[in-house]
Design a protein around this ligand. Sequence first.
Ligand code: UD1
Ligand code: PEP
Length: 417
Amino acid sequence: MEKLKIRGGRRLVGEVRASGAKNAALPILAASLLTAHDLVLHEVPDLADVRTMLKLLEGMGVRVERSGSDVRLNAGAVTSTVAPYELVKTMRASILTLCPLAARFGHARVSLPGGCAIGARPVDQHIKGLEALGAEVEIDHGYLNVKCARLKGTRIVTDMVTVTGTENLMMAAVLAEGRTVIENAAREPEVTDLANCLIAMGAKISGAGTSTITIDGVEALGPAEHSVVPDRIEAGSFLCAAAAAKGDVLVTHCVPADLEAVIAKLREMGCSVETGADWIRLRMDSRPKAIRIRTQPHPGFPTDMQAQFMAVLALADGASQVTETIFENRFMHVPELNRLGAHILTDGNNANIEGVESLSGADVMATDLRASASLVIAALAASGESTVDRLYHLDRGYERMEEKLRALGADIERIRL
Ligand SMILES: CC(=O)N[C@H]1[C@@H](OP(=O)(O)OP(=O)(O)OC[C@H]2O[C@@H](n3ccc(=O)[nH]c3=O)[C@H](O)[C@@H]2O)O[C@H](CO)[C@@H](O)[C@@H]1O
Ligand SMILES: C=C(OP(=O)(O)O)C(=O)O
């Protein structure tokens, strides 16, 4: 068992580089199934979720060569179109293999991901869209079974904005016959990054990054090389760490335009934030101001930053309100933040945060990926020692987080029990 031991109260000063984005790397790795040719990727972060996706693809017969953050994939000799429960249960993003498999091979058997800590997270929009493209989808024994001839382009309007839903359907449509239009599409930068990779493979896609994506299907895709976009959520997490613990931190290898809503809220809290072409510098020396946050699909404030902001707002001068509109159960960090001395009350999807002057170290437990980052941030700002348990959540989505924080002056170490 591994835990993080953090002695808080140190200012964070220095430079930290964001890794490639988990949420872009995962769909792009799945996109390798769409071609018999090599897909060469750069900036693939070394994360538990990436390792799970590579294991899933290898299990299907995809050849994977990995060297640091470079990965070469070849799905020229796929032997299985099954995504087994044992892997899917550890990573919901496994559902992203569903549409590439159906589009290229005409069949797939993918375990239903099921609910998770932050909410029920159904995949009905993925299924509905794939059916509209002409596939037959059946559920048996917890698996989605898909059969289809060549998919046929159509107009799809999703009931809500869904990120992996948009990505999955875009991957189905690239090999379909004719034109597909996805309305109410997610506009997240990771959707655009996947589209850019697919375009490099020979797909015909326009409108990615807007709510209408148009795809003209092609018969086959070719080889490509692509660099995964920087992780805006990791970058934002380091900015929150500096806002909570105080200091002067420069985050490099990031896209400030992808973090507009986050930067606006950091400024509203009183942080000094400067940006350049691919960097963000945050300076903070005072107590944060209390603010209101409402999570929204991109370009609104991201749900994946909600927990980390709550750690900062726990220390604000005054009362803040956070409303979570995307996931029904994404406040599990609240009782743990309260163990560190925060005063947070939740009521449905609202959290009221009565700012306190200081937090104090405690033993806390991570419940999901961003909740773990939130606890690390709070512990960095707290006086005394904290431990953060259940690190496998953190390791799903942060590459060498403790090393990167140590380089900024944090007193943090991973302990093995
Ligand atoms: C791997 C990845 O990229 N994960 C991100 C992705 O998750 P993910 O793609 O799973 O999240 P969605 O955008 O699909 O979910 C948005 C909302 O739609 C609902 N929904 C979604 C699909 C569906 O078929 N039916 C349905 O009801 C979900 O339960 C949720 O309430 O976007 C989320 C929202 O920005 C982020 O928090 C996750 O980090
Ligand atoms: C919720 C997240 O990931 P996933 O969709 O993989 O659970 C996340 O990245 O914050």
